[in-house]
Design a protein around this ligand. Structure first.
Ligand code: B12
Ligand code: SF4
Length: 592
C-alpha cells in the first residue's frame, strides 16, 4: 500500500472522518461502561468521532498465564483523558477483560477515526503486533498509533513491520491529544512533538517533547472501564497461573473478597540505573500529583468503586518524603479506608524519618516494593543504583517490624557481571528470604532492554537481540533463553535450588503430608540461612514421594482451590515467579 507517512490527513479517510462536528462527551460517572456502540437515532445527523484504544494481553493465556486483574489499563485511561474532554467518543478495549476483543475491535474500528495501542516488553509486544496487523489488513486506511514503553525504545520496528502511522515516545497525554487533533484536522503529524513518523519513506523524529506535570491534563476518565469486570477476574481468576499478583494484606480479615484497584500518580524517575530504560525515556524527570491531592482523588474513587486494596503503578512512588507524608496523613484523617502498596526503593526507606515510615503503616500501606537489584557494592556501582548493601536488611526490617511486607527483586547476569557477583546476589537474596520469611525476595535473569546502557553493553559483548516484534514478545520466556545472557551453569543450578528452597520455606508446596512439608521447610530454612545448596536430597525425596503417591500438581490444585477459597485469602508471598521452577503445572519433575 503506497502511503506518504507524516501526512495522514491527506490519506484516504475512513468513513467517519466525514463527520467533523465535535460534541461534548456524554459521560456517565457511575462507573459503568457505556454501550460500545451508542445507537444513533435517525434524528442525529452528527456524531462524535470515534477513537479506539486497545490494550493487548500482557501474558499469553494460551500458555496458561495471565496477569493479575487489579492492573487496570492505566496507560490508556491516561491518554484518553484529553480526547474525552475534547468531546471525542473513546472506546477502550482491554484483552484482559474483553474475551471477545477481536469481534469488538472489528466492530468499533469500522468507521473509527484512529486506533491506538500500547505495550511493554514481553508477550504484550507480540500480541499487540498481531492485533495491529489484523486491524491494518481489515481497515487499511485507519491510522494506527503506538505508544508506551516498548514502542518508545524500539519505535522503528513498528514501521518496519508496517503497523504504525506514528509512535509516541515517552509521556503520552499531551502528545496523544495533539495527534488526535492533527488527524481530525487532516494535518501532518510533523507538527506534533515527541513522535516517530515516516517522511518520504524514511523514519523521521519530530522534536523532543518535554515531560510535564499532572496539572497539564485532566484526571483519567474512569467511565471508560467497567471496574466490576476487573473485580470479577480477580475474584474468579479461572485456571490460569497469575503473574504479578501481589499478596493480600496480612491484616485483611479471612474471607474478605478482594477488590483490587490500581492508580498512577507520578511519571518518571530521577535515578540513573543502567539496566532500566526510564533514564532515556523520561530524561530522569519525575512529575507527581501532590500527596494530598493524590489521596483526595483516591478517596473519591474509593467512594465510587468500593475497592479495598489499591496498588500504585508508579515507577518510584516514594521519591519525595513530604509528598508521601501528605498522602499518608490525608488517608489517615479519612480513616485509612483501604490497604495500599507502592514502590519506595531501599535507599528511600533508609533516608526517611521514622515518623514518616510510621505514617505508611497508619495509612494502611500493606506492601512496599524494592528493586534491590545486586548483592555487592561493586555491582551496585556498575549499575549506578548504588544502594548501600547494609540497607537491604535495615530497610526491609523497618517495614517488616511495622507489619508491612516487602517485595524485593534481584537481577543476575548483567552484561559482564562476574560469577562471584551473581553468587553474592543469590546469597543476599537467600539471606533476606530467611530473615523475612513472609516477604518476597525474587531473583530474575537480566534482560537487555533497548534504550539502556546495559543493552548497548550486552550487544557489544555479543548479545543477539530479537529482530521482530514477535521475537521480542517471546524474550521473557526465561526458561528458553537463559543461555543468551550466559549465566554460568553453577550459578543457574544454585539459583534454581534457591527457588525450590524458597518455595518449600514459604509453604507453597501442596504435595505431601503435613509432617513431610514441615521437614522440607526446616531443611530449606537451613539452606537459605547458610547458602548451602549442595546435595539436595530433600528435593529428590520430595519427587520420589510425589511419584510414589501418584500426586500430580494438577490433582492437588483442585484441593488447594477449595482450601484457599474457604478462608478467602491469598497469603502467597512471592510477587512473581522467580527461579525457573514450578512455573507450569507439569514442572515439578524439574525441580531437582
Ligand atoms: C507498573 C509496571 C509494571 C506492572 C504493569 C505494567 C503495565 N502497564 O502493564 C507489572 C508488574 C505487570 C510489570 C511487569 C513487568 N515490567 Co514493568 N513496569 C511498570 C512501571 C513501574 C510503570 C508502568 C505503568 O503502568 N505506568 C502507568 C501508566 C499510566 O503509565 P505509562 O505506562 O508510563 O504510560 C504513559 C506513557 O508511556 C504513554 N503511553 C503509554 N501507552 C501509550 C499509548 C499511546 C498510543 C500513546 C500516545 C502514549 C502511550 O502515555 C502514558 C501517560 O503518560 C514501569 C516503569 C516506569 N518507569 O514507568 C515498568 C516497565 C514498564 N516494566 C518493564 C519491565 C521490563 C517489566 C517486566 C519485563 C519485568 C520482569 N522482568 O518481569 C515485566 C513484564 C510484564 C509482562 N509483559 O509480562 C520496563 C519495560 C521496558 C520496555 N521498554 O518495554 C519498564 C519501563 C521498567 C524498566 N525497567 O525499564 N510492570
Ligand atoms: S530501575 Fe527503578 S530506580 Fe532505577 S531508574 Fe528505573 S525506575 Fe528508577
Amino acid at each position: 500500500m503506497p502511503i506518504t507517512w507524516g501526512t495522514i490527513g491527506a490519506r484516504p479517510r475512513s468513513r467517519s472522518l466525514g463527520f467533523s462536528i465535535r460534541l461534548h462527551s456524554s459521560v456517565s460517572h457511575n462507573g459503568t461502561s457505556p454501550p460500545l456502540h451508542p445507537p444513533l437515532g435517525p434524528h442525529m445527523i452528527q456524531r462524535k468521532k470515534r477513537i479506539v484504544l486497545f490494550l493487548p494481553h500482557r501474558a499469553d493465556p494460551d500458555e496458561g498465564v495471565r496477569v493479575a486483574a487489579d492492573l487496570l489499563p492505566l496507560e490508556l485511561l491516561q491518554i484518553a483523558a484529553w480526547p474525552v474532554e475534547d468531546g471525542y467518543e473513546v472506546v477502550l478495549i482491554d484483552a484482559m477483560v474483553h474475551d471477545d476483543y477481536m469481534e469488538q475491535l472489528m466492530e468499533v474500528c469500522d468507521g473509527a477515526m484512529l486506533f491506538a495501542t500500547s505495550c511493554i516488553l514481553g508477550f504484550q509486544v507480540a500480541h499487540g503486533a498481531r492485533i495491529a496487523k489484523a486491524i491494518r489488513e481489515r481497515f487499511p486506511s485507519l491510522p494506527i498509533i503506538w505508544g508506551g514503553w516498548f514502542p518508545s525504545v524500539a519505535p522503528e520496528l513498528y514501521f518496519e513491520e508496517g503497523i504504525a502511522d506514528a509512535v509516541a515516545l515517552g509521556q503520552g497525554e499531551i502528545t496523544f491529544r495533539e495527534i488526535v487533533q492533527a488527524i481530525d484536522a487532516g494535518e501532518s503529524l510533523e507538527s506534533v512533538n515527541g513522535l516517530l513518523i515516516e517522511r518520504d519513506g524514511k523514519p523521521f523524529y519530530t522534536p523532543h517533547r518535554e515531560v510535564v506535570g499532572f496539572d497539564k491534563f485532566p484526571d483519567a476518565p474512569w467511565h471508560l472501564i467497567n471496574y466490576e469486570d476487573y473485580v470479577e477476574r480477580q475474584q474468579n481468576p479461572g485456571p490460569w497461573k497469575m503473574r504479578h499478583k501481589y499478596p493480600d494484606p496480612w491484616e485483611m480479615p479471612a474471607g474478605t473478597p478482594v477488590r483490587g484497584f490500581s492508580y498512577f500518580s507520578s511519571f518518571g524517575c530521577p535515578e540513573p540505573c543502567t539496566f532500566c530504560c526510564s533514564p532515556m525515556v523520561t530524561g530522569r524527570r519525575w512529575k507527581a500529583i501532590p500527596g494530598k491531592q493524590t489521596a483526595e482523588r483516591l478517596l473519591e474513587l474509593h467512594d465510587r468503586f468500593k475497592f479495598n486494596v489499591m496498588r500504585f503503578q508508579d515507577a518510584n512512588f516514594g521519591v519525595a518524603e513530604k509528598r508521601s507524608n501528605q498522602f499518608c496523613d490525608t488517608l489517615t484523617e479519612a480513616g485509612s479506608p483501604f490497604w495500599w502498596s507502592g514502590c519506595y526503593e531501599v535507599e528511600t526507606i533508609a533516608r526517611y524519618k521514622a515518623e514518616s515510615l510510621d505514617k505508611l503503616k497508619e495509612s494502611n500501606c500493606h506492601m512496599v516494593s524494592f528493586g534491590a537489584e545486586a548483592g555487592s557494592a561493586e555491582q551496585q556501582a556498575v549499575i549506578k543504583k548504588n544502594i548501600d548493601t547494609g540497607h537491604f536488611e535495615s530497610s526491609i526490617r523497618e517495614m517488616y517490624d511495622r507489619g508491612i511486607t516487602t517485595g524485593c527483586s534481584w537481577i543476575i547476569g548483567y552484561p559482564g557481571e562476574t560469577e562471584e557477583s551473581m553468587f553474592e546476589t543469590l546469597r543476599r537474596a537467600s539471606e533476606m528470604k530467611y530473615k523475612f520469611p513472609r516477604a518476597a525476595s525474587d531473583v530474575f535473569p537480566f534482560r537487555p532492554i533497548p534504550g539502556t546502557e546495559d543493552f548497548d553493553k550486552a550487544v557489544r559483548l555479543g548479545y543477539k537481540a530479537p529482530r521482530t516484534l514477535e521475537e521480542w514478545g517471546g524474550c521473557l520466556e526465561y526458561r528458553e533463553s537463559f543461555d543468551d545472557i550466559h549465566i554460568p551453569e553453577d550459578v543457574l543450578r544454585t539459583w534454581k535450588r534457591y527457588g525450590v528452597a524458597s518455595t518449600f520455606y514459604d509453604g507453597l508446596v501442596m504435595e505431601g503430608a503435613e509432617w513431610f512439608r514441615a521437614v522440607l521447610k526446616r531443611v530449606s530454612g537451613w539452606r537459605l540461612k547458610t547458602g548451602r545448596y549442595g546435595f539436595p536430597i530433600e528435593h529428590k525425596a520430595f519427587h520420589s514421594y510425589v511419584k510414589m503417591t501418584k500426586q500430580t500438581k494438577a490433582d492437588k490444585l483442585g484441593q488447594k482451590t477449595e482450601a484457599v477459597e474457604l478462608p478467602g485469602i491469598d497469603r502467597t508471598v512471592g510477587v512473581t515467579t522467580s527461579a525457573p521452577v514450578y512455573s507450569r503445572p507439569s514442572d515439578s519433575s524439574e525441580a531437582s
